[in-house]
Design a protein around this ligand. Structure first.
Ligand code: DON
Length: 250
């Protein structure tokens, strides 16, 4: 039943609209394959069967990295700030308005939604732009180029500097987007880290130096990276395994 209902969830829909693989689902070989994964002494958790994809959908900020054959490049981070922005839509457009006023310091020392504090320099004033952590970036060296950026609120700046250091250390695009992350934003006075970012030894050494460590609970971005090696001409594109997106070279 578990396996048949998985097939229902994954494959079945109105055949006038979707191609239903009837020949596959009713073949003896397919049944034998299904049977082979059944253990008579143990239930198999449904999670272990390939299932209905539930991609993590962005609701606030996104980043594109683009490079064309002539070397033209784009790093674009685009945001409505928090979940569904201000929840207001410009009439008849489908365009959600942002709630980026929260990127101002509304009161000296009072943290915003990302825990960032500020003072008069970032106070609200007519015609003034708020600070932003968005960091669409080109890293250019004599050897090559990296295009990088990510959503992630206040952690964006840290993620982009970590990605930059990884690039300068020779990591590939795929390694850079997957590398575990950490972050310090002045206040709160803690090093937030992603599971796996710090070895036991590193954690102990940092704690001995007086750093407060805390495993971060927020999502660690959705970084999009392109690298271009000038000497080989090789271009790599990679999308963060933590989020939605795809890196394509064609
Ligand atoms: O500009 C900023 O710093 C914020 N509005 C960015 C918000 C953001 O990245 C939300 N994302 N995850």
């Amino acid at each position: 039943m578990r396996r048949a209902y998985r097939d229902r969830a994954v494959y079945l829909g109105d055949p006038d609209f979707v191609p239903v693989p009837v020949a596959l689902l009713t073949s003896r070989d397919y049944a034998a394959g299904q049977r082979a994964s059944i253990r008579l002494d143990r239930a198999m958790p449904s999670d272990l069967l390939p299932g209905v994809d539930t991609p993590v959908m962005g609701t606030d900020t996104t980043h594109f990295s683009v490079l064309d054959a002539a070397g033209n490049r784009v790093a674009a981070t685009i945001s409505i700030n928090l979940w569904m922005g201000s929840a207001f839509m410009a009439a008849h457009t489908g365009v959600l308005l942002n709630d980026t006023m929260d990127d101002f310091s509304i009161k000296a020392g009072t943290p915003n939604a990302f825990g960032l504090v500020g003072n008069d320099a970032n106070a609200v004033a007519p015609g003034k732009r708020s600070l932003s952590s968005m960091t669409p970036t080109f890293v250019e060296t004599p050897k090559g180029l990296m295009i990088v950026g990510s959503p992630g609120g206040s952690t964006i700046i840290s993620m982009v500097i970590l990605g930059t250091l990884d690039y300068l250390d020779g990591m590939s695009a795929a390694q850079i987007v997957a590398d575990p992350r950490y972050h310090h934003q002045y206040l709160p006075d803690v090093v937030e880290y992603e599971k796996g970012a710090l070895s036991d030894q590193e954690s102990a050494a940092l704690t001995a130096m007086g750093h407060a460590l805390e495993e971060g609970r927020r999502r660690w971005g959705n970084m999009q990276v392109i690298t271009w090696d000038y000497s080989t001409g090789k271009v790599e594109a990679a999308s963060d395994p933590r989020g939605e997106g795809v890196g394509l070279v064609y």
